[in-house]
Design a protein around this ligand. Structure first.
Ligand code: MSP
Length: 501
């Protein structure tokens, strides 16, 4: 059985789960579900990033020890993902023992390879980014991202000799041109490498909230070195070679565009140093902005995803997040946009199709599903939709995969409008039209499953399909003609009642 290992970034515990975190995690979940439909064994990892100065300072401000602070927040992520029906197969916290063991092993491996050395660091540090900056990077005296003053630091640090890895990284990307999607992000990475890479500090002496270096316990590991390692410590690096070798190298790291350098430059170099293969793939997402801005406590524009679920339902929210923004681009969340998309795509299109099919089959076919025709006009549209959707999921483009799916939904609604089976007398003509509509709806249901699992399960059972939809296997199940005639079709309540703003 082929395998698929997929990760989200691990989220800092200084903030509660918000729409931006939910966005990346829902994309991950939809992708994980799609790969399970493909018949692959999927390992889907998410978790929390709990060390470093940022968390230490947040804990200080709250007046509690950092471990307790992290213990309070991490479960909020676990619960939020449960509520969003995220099917992660593991959740790692960087304060766990399994992580500490693996981070120390990785540090030791890079140290033994001669790529970690003691030096003196003089320069600027932004706590919000947990990143060092050179004078050229700054916006006046401020961090270019957070627009807040950076701290001047001068201390003895261990450095990772990133400057030695430029050519090896360029070679690796030249040999793996598909490693980063969308493709323009690969160019961003390679041109950054070509400008020349600087060594980076991997330890802090003034901080205690972190993992001690195994070769010098007076330092703790730099939070990004610590955090990146989660992708291997969670699968047993340093403790269980069998599980590690089973899952590594990762198939896709899903990341936001703000953390691309850490993931696509630092991380593969760290792995190369330790003699481990770099990640096979990355999918780089944009930001989901609110009112054109990145969410932050200071802007007061933080949106809690759980409030939106209460408002629009879980699947309405998941669909909006996946369909509204092309992965890779920035999206802009608005409440009006959420309602508009819900009404047009879900209430008027998918919901309407499911209701019409069940109503007509109930009234004109005795509630029994009829057989699709191999020569249906919908068959070629369906196969085009399937081909597009398969390709777009492969490219980590959920919005395009769903757009392809909606082509078939619209075509099926149009097919019904053209034939008006609700006006016709029961008989062969109605049976043929409804058999085709049921078959299209069966295929549509499979294609919407990764985005809207509850809705898909519901439609699956209403059209009389047996078994769990999660157990179907694509692409075979997407062949035209799989609907079983004679199945009991039931109507049920409207799936997506229309909403007003
Ligand atoms: N802890 C680091 C990641 C370490 S991974 C080894 C971190 N955490 S974060 O919580 O600040 O952000 C995690 C991810 O969430 C980033 O990829 C970031 O792009 C994403 N998002 C945070 N806010 C976001 C939006 N408003 N929109 C989309 N994604 C956003 O960075």
């Amino acid at each position: 059985m082929s395998r698929f290992y997929l990760t989200t970034p691990i989220y800092y515990v200084n903030a509660q789960p918000h729409l931006g975190h939910a966005y990346t995690t829902i994309v991950g979940d939809a992708l994980a579900r799609w790969h399970r439909l493909l018949g692959e064994e999927v390992h889907f990892l998410t978790g929390t990033d709990e060390h470093g100065l940022k968390i230490q300072q947040a804990a200080d401000a709250a007046g509690i020890p950092p471990q307790q602070f992290a213990d309070n927040i991490a479960p909020l992520f676990v619960k939020a993902w449960e509520r969003l029906d995220i099917t992660n197969t593991d959740f790692i916290r960087t304060t766990e023992q399994r992580h500490r063991i693996g981070v120390q092993k990785l540090l030791q491996a890079c140290f033994d390879a001669g790529d970690i050395e003691l030096d003196v660091y003089r320069g600027m540090y932004c706590v919000a980014c947990e990143a060092y900056y050179t004078a050229d990077d700054l916006d006046g005296d401020n961090c270019p991202i957070h627009k807040r003053p950076v701290e001047h630091v001068e201390e003895e640090n261990y450095f990772f000799r990133l400057s030695r890895f430029g050519d090896r990284l360029l070679d690796w990307y030249a040999n793996h041109p598909d490693a980063i999607v969308p493709e323009h992000r690969l160019n961003e990475v390679t041109s950054f490498i070509k400008q020349g890479l600087h060594d980076f500090s991997v330890s802090r002496k003034t901080l205690t909230w972190g993992i001690p270096l195994p070769f010098d316990e007076s330092h703790v590991a730099y939070v990004w070195f610590d955090a990146l390692a989660n992708y291997i410590t969670a699968i047993g690096y340093g403790a269980n070679d069998t599980t590690f070798n089973k899952w590594w190298p990762v198939n896709r790291h899903l990341i936001g565009k703000d953390i691309i350098r850490f993931h696509c430059i630092y991380w593969p170099a760290m792995l190369m140093s330790a003699g481990i293969e770099p990640p096979s793939g990355y999918a780089v997402g944009g930001w989901l902005l609110v009112g054109g801005e990145k969410m932050s406590k200071t802007s007061g524009n933080v949106v809690n995803p759980l409030d939106l679920i209460d408002e629009i339902g879980l699947d309405g929210f998941r669909y909006y997040v996946l369909a509204d923004t092309a992965y890779g681009n920035d999206g802009d969340f608005t409440y009006e946009g959420l309602i508009a998309r819900y009404n047009s795509d879900l209430a008027n299109n998918l919901g309407n199709l499911a209701a019409r099919v069940a109503t007509v089959v109930g009234k004109k076919c005795d509630g029994r599903g009829t057989a699709p025709s191999p020569s249906s006009a919908l068959a070629p549209i369906s196969s085009q939709t399937v081909a597009d959707a398969v390709e777009q999921w492969q490219r980590v483009q959920p919005s395009r995969a769903l757009e392809a799916t909606w082509q078939l939904i619209r075509a099926t609604n149009a097919h019904l409008e053209q034939h008006e089976p609700w006006k016709a007398e029961p008989g062969a003509g109605v049976d043929a039209v409804m058999g085709d509509a049921l078959e299209a709806l069966r295929i549509i249901t499979i294609l919407v499953y990764p985005a809207m699992p509850d809705t898909a399960r519901e439609i699956w059972s209403r059209i009389g399909m047996t078994g769990d939809i999660a157990d179907v296997r694509v692409p075979d199940a997407l062949q035209w003609g799989g609907y079983t005639a004679g199945a009991t079709v039931t109507k049920g309540d409207p799936l997506f009642p229309r909403r007003t703003v």
